[in-house]
Design a protein around this ligand. Structure first.
Ligand SMILES: Cc1cc2nc3c(=O)[nH]c(=O)nc-3n(C[C@H](O)[C@H](O)[C@H](O)COP(=O)(O)OP(=O)(O)OC[C@H]3O[C@@H](n4cnc5c(N)ncnc54)[C@H](O)[C@@H]3O)c2cc1C
Ligand code: FES
Length: 510
């Protein structure tokens, strides 16, 4: 069996939350706004609209918060590494200022919601640091601190950085926060459900129709609404071609026990390899989180090695003890650095989208939800133009080609064409997954630790790329736009909305 890295494969947040149990949608329903996706973006929008007197229905494919939000680090901050230097360079200082203002307002919105609704989600005010270890990085943090200060953000440059290892300096933002994001969104869901509004779980939307009314379709019911919000992280039914304007970026986190009390600060490095640090006290135990090892989802994962490097960093630099949890997730990165919020496409009339949260969705997703609340209530929002979903992206990201399988001719009859050597089924170790040819069909075959075999189609149900096995997470991942599937083919993360079909297993794996 392939060797697994240390720690249970689960996010600290999932491991320390009760599970939710909202019913699945099994009827036809009418509400004012239908929201697809129960992460921070969708649920924040849903609650904000409910507070405006609208009825809402949230459809979540799995359980609320179990997407990217439940696998986050938990920083609620407007300091996004060196974002202001980057955004001012690309879009001008005013756009950078608006981005900062929106993210600061999002922190206040989260703080206000926690206080008003009484959520028990570990919301804590902290300072957030982007730190420098090299001279080059030091110059960059100085620049970022000066620029962010001019943009009206709570920024300063400092050489006093409360890390257990020496660094040269940092930009510090005060009055930031950290949060147990899964407990937060579970709280949002509780506040949404009831009084004519609904949360449905285990209810993947299979499609939607724009119009009056607009309709969201699910397997056992539908929701008719005035407006639809697609908040599935990467949009399903991607009519705005966000797959060409965003790319998926994956990162890894380990959580270790520590004897040290939590710091009143969170951290991110400028120098590579980038490292993200957060400490937290939860249910009487102290943990330190180390994150990083990011890469485009289209690149090879080598996830086992990545977890090992993070574990070494946590032990060597942060004095961490036993690694108890490890997990990874991915977020949509906008090619020009700004999130996309607004109509799904220039032609959309009642379908709106939130995506491209650039790995800072606890604030960007909150700000995005507030933009949509204002739009759907007919109010002007001061950030909407900068986050405009219909803008052209000057240097679009070249999405990985999807033609190889999507455009491939139908499989030839068994035996008609030679099978590529690497696709020939053969000896497979327990815990290993391989894509092999079974009777002319690319098949994703996983051999479980106890010798049980799962075989599903290896053709991603989004646009037809071939999935790849991720040994550390034991998932089938699509390199094109980041859909992920469990070994039995169930969708874990979109944009795919349909499971991988079950397939005949190869005759002999020994
Ligand atoms: C490793 C890592 C660390 C991060 N750390 C931070 C951080 O510290 N601070 C920060 O601000 N941001 C952070 N982020 C980013 C942040 O977590 C995300 O931007 C944010 O959680 C995204 O929220 P979302 O609502 O868009 O997506 P999600 O939380 O993924 O929610 C989308 C939901 O839609 C559901 N869905 C998908 N398809 C369908 C369908 N067909 N029908 C119904 N439902 C569907 C999914 O199941 C999912 O629950 C991090 C990102 C990564 C990758
Ligand atoms: S082809 Fe788009 S996610 Fe797989």
């Amino acid at each position: 069996m392939s060797e697994q890295p240390a720690g249970t494969f689960a996010s600290l947040w999932a491991a320390t939350s009760a599970s939710t149990g909202y019913a699945a949608l099994n009827a036809d329903l009418d509400v004012d706004v239908a929201v697809i996706g129960g992460g921070i973006a969708g649920l924040t929008a849903a609650l904000a609209l409910k507070r405006e007197g609208q009825t809402v229905a949230v459809l979540e494919a799995a359980r609320v918060g179990t997407g990217v939000t439940g696998n986050t680090t938990g920083k609620v901050t407007s300091l996004h590494r060196l974002a202001y230097t980057e955004l001012a360079g690309r879009h001008g200082a005013e756009a950078a200022r608006v981005y900062g203002e929106a993210n600061e307002a999002a922190i206040q919105h989260v703080a206000g919601t926690v206080a008003e609704e009484g959520f028990d989600c570990g919301f804590r005010r902290v300072s957030n640091y982007t730190y420098a270890e090299s001279d080059n990085a030091l110059a960059r943090v100085r620049e970022e601190a000066a620029l962010a200060g001019r943009l009206g953000l709570p920024a300063s440059f400092t050489t006093e950085v409360p890390l257990p290892f020496a660094v040269k300096g940092a930009v510090r933002f005060d009055d930031q926060a950290q949060i147990h994001a899964l407990r937060y969104v579970q709280g949002l869901a509780r506040a949404v459900d009831g009084d004519g509004s609904f949360v449905f779980e285990d209810s993947p939307a299979t499609g939607f129709r724009d119009g009056s009314p607009a309709v969201v379709y699910a397997e056992r019911g539908s929701v008719r609404a005035r407006e639809i919000i697609v908040a599935t992280n990467m949009p399903i039914e991607d009519r705005g071609i966000f797959a060409g304007r965003c790319y998926l970026h994956r990162s890894y986190i380990v959580a270790a026990r520590t004897a040290l009390p939590p710091l009143d600060s969170t951290f991110l490095s400028v120098d590579e390899p980038m490292r993200s640090i957060l400490t937290i006290g939860l249910d009487g135990k102290s943990y330190v989180l180390a994150g990083g090892e990011g890469h485009p989802a289209s690149e090879r994962h080598e996830s086992t090695e990545r977890y090992r490097r993070l574990s070494s960093f946590a032990r060597d630099r942060l004095g961490a003890g036993e690694i108890v949890y490890r997990w990874s997730t991915q977020d949509a990165m906008p090619a020009d650095g700004l999130p996309f919020v607004g109509p799904m496409s220039p032609e959309s009339r009642h379908v709106h989208v939130i995506t491209g949260l650039r790995k800072w969705g606890l604030t960007n997703g909150t700000a995005a939800a507030l933009i949509l609340r204002d739009m759907l209530c007919g109010r002007r929002n001061p950030w909407a133009a900068v986050f405009d979903s219909t803008r052209a992206v000057r240097a679009p990201h070249a999405a990985p080609a999807v033609t190889e399988d999507a455009a491939a001719p139908a499989p030839s009859p068994a035996g008609a064409a030679p099978v590529r050597a690497d696709l020939v089924p053969g000896k497979q170790a327990p815990g290993e997954g391989r894509v092999v040819d079974v009777d002319g069909a690319k098949t994703a075959v996983y051999l479980g630790p106890a010798g049980d075999v799962s075989a599903v189609s290896a053709v991603c149900t989004h646009l037809g790329c071939t999935v790849e096995f991720n040994p550390a997470d034991v998932t089938w991942d699509c390199p094109c736009h980041g859909s992920r599937f469990s070994t039995d083919g169930t969708v874990i993360q979109g944009p795919a909305t349909r499971n991988l079909e079950s397939s005949p297993a190869p005759a002999d794996l020994s």
